[in-house]
Write a protein that binds this ligand. Sequence first.
Ligand SMILES: Nc1ncnc2c1ncn2[C@@H]1O[C@H](COP(=O)(O)OP(=O)(O)OP(=O)(O)O)[C@@H](O)[C@H]1O
Ligand SMILES: [Mg+2]
Length: 251
Amino acid sequence: MLTVRESEIRWQGVTVDFPLRRLRAIQDISLEVQGGEVLAVMGPSGCGKSTLLKTAAGLVSPKAGTVQLGAKPISSPSRQIALVFQEAALFPWFTVERNIDLALARTISRNERTTQVSRLLATVGLTDFGHVFPRELSGGMARRAALAAALARDPAALLLDEPFSGLDVTSRRKLARELAGIIANRALTTILVTHSVDETLMLADRVVVLTGRPGRVRTSVPVGLPHPRQGNEPELAEVRTRLYNILETEE
Ligand SMILES: Nc1ncnc2c1ncn2[C@@H]1O[C@H](COP(=O)(O)OP(=O)(O)OP(=O)(O)O)[C@@H](O)[C@H]1O
Ligand SMILES: [Mg+2]
């Protein structure tokens, strides 16, 4: 397990271009997420939030600047950073169980892996769906299965790209609550990309709002209420209003 400092993610002056489309997605982003911190990233559609996560997952290389996990530069995907995409990524030809099992370290014995697969299925509320193939799951269930597979990798950091989109309100809150528990238990460094102020107030320690494309850091707002919390506490009223004000005025 990595120490708190080693699981810190740091962007320094990061700019990402997509030259084929002659497009700058993000510009000069400097940002630090402390070990065990939950950072929400918000901002208009197309401003570069997913791109920002992909640089931390080693899937997109910056044109300028550096991204580090602790002291180590991130240049390719690694087990230590798990990204759960907007579109849940599971191997379609394997069952949910097998997808999770494949994500566990090969150094773990087969018996222990079976135990862990069951535990992870229970964590995301899919106990009865281990034998099912991804195509037989609803969108929300697929998202939860992908989350279980991400957790199976026992990452130091968890990057979540709109993990609750497409879920009904009740499932959203339930999954958000489960997630809050998992994050707190494992002291996971977490970055949550979301369009929802409610989810941000339920999960995040701090919110960074990006400008329109190319995304730059517009402002950083601490949520300032300890966990566990529901997101609707009266103490959060002020930060809620502040966030809506920021999000509703373009920059
Ligand atoms: N692989 C790619 N090749 C070319 N352009 C890309 C690529 N990925 C993203 N882009 C472009 O970069 C910009 C930022 O995209 P990104 O997906 O990061 O936005 P986003 O903030 O996540 O948006 P949303 O809230 O809609 O998910 C967009 O203009 C998008 O079209
Ligand atoms: Mg996105």
